[in-house]
Design a protein around this ligand. Sequence first.
Ligand SMILES: Nc1ncnc2c1ncn2[C@@H]1O[C@H](COP(=O)(O)OP(=O)(O)OP(=O)(O)O)[C@@H](O)[C@H]1O
Ligand SMILES: [Mg+2]
Length: 441
Amino acid sequence: MFELPFEAYRRALDKKDFAFKMGKVSQVTGLIIKVEGLDAFVGEVCEIQIKSNGKTVLSEVVGFVEETVLLMPLDEVEGIGPGCLVRPTGKTLKVEVSEDMLGTTLDGLGRPLMDEEIIDGTLYDVNRASPDPFKRKKIEDILPTGVKAIDGLLTLGEGQRMGIFAGSGVGKSTLLGMIARYCEADVIVIGLIGERGREVKEFIEKDLGPEGYRKSVVVCATSDMPPLVRLKGAYVATAIAEYYRDQGKKVVLMMDSVTRVAMAQREIGLATGEPPTSKGYTPSVFTTLPKLLERSGMSDKGSITALYTVLVEGDDMNEPIADTVRGILDGHIILSRKIAAENHYPAIDVQNSLSRLMKEIVDEKQYVLAGKLRENMAIYSESKDLIDVGAYQKGSNPLVDQAIRFNQPIKQFLRQRVEDRSPYENTVQQLETLFSASAVR
Ligand SMILES: Nc1ncnc2c1ncn2[C@@H]1O[C@H](COP(=O)(O)OP(=O)(O)OP(=O)(O)O)[C@@H](O)[C@H]1O
Ligand SMILES: [Mg+2]
């Protein structure tokens, strides 16, 4: 007769917990739900059971004060009362991902918004580490965006991370939509964080359009969502981009806007008792941002080329979030209200924008031409006041004469209609003819 391995069973029993300890809600103040008697870890998702209707509210452990666990809601808190039972799930937040989730819209926690289902999904941790810096591939290839001003003068590399800095209503969404439709990427993941609800539909239908939506996954956490959901929305979008990158895909991640992510983190920080430091932002904001932004870029398998929008009020580029983000990323595109007011679109302020990797990825000829264009713009704007009042005498400075001659052709080159895609070769070609044609005269 064979013997049962009782010893092994006993060991297994010792190792595993077969009971979990539920907690009880003792206090809700603002965003913080205090729970007594809960056995949970930071980052764990818990279910709060509502007595009146039997529903559960998802929440996440954000901290402890001695024996009291602090939770923050991932749902509406309505219905939570003293004594509600809290069940730990033993898991951190995960998102279901699959190959064929393109053309879907998800909420901030990664759940499909419409009646779509994710088929054959795998679960991906929302909070992940950034790729090992020694295993990241070098950025060598160009990622054509189809936008002339960017391809020609602020060339984006595959795996590069750029910031788009702009005030409200200067054309961020329109530009992101253009890039999404025209860029040469396999997959586009778009995180719409803290936008107004109306804008989400408008962005998908108008800016992205059917051709853009077909190769995109949209994650939206609108401004009415709890701050933790808005923050998670950024993580969820990044995790989905990472999933596709792990499949070896060429991914473009767009996040509109990082400022709203920072604001969500600030609300969470203030609620958990952090001190406000610079412009009301709490220290955790400045640790969260680099962690989030470092996750995109190259890995050893694929690439995430990322575009993060930053709101700058009154064109204040030294505001703490703009300053931090600019320091982390590999370049910045500035959209200017002044240029938009001249009805010049896309309203990219070429002179103040920079792609830090351009020199390494484009050929010498294009780099020289781009430099020449910038130089001309700089000379023109320096003498603009004189030219405008008619005080400049033609012939007094050959450089200024040349700048005046080039001014209109340059503006013409930088302008682009929303519905026009400019293939990369055409852009470079136009840049070449711009100078050769005007220089002859
Ligand atoms: N490329 C463009 N061509 C023509 N008009 C444009 C272009 N880009 C922006 N606009 C004009 O500017 C308006 C605002 O653009 P958009 O919604 O893209 O800005 P935004 O920065 O995303 O605004 P918000 O801050 O409200 O999100 C558009 O309604 C349109 O009239
Ligand atoms: Mg917008």
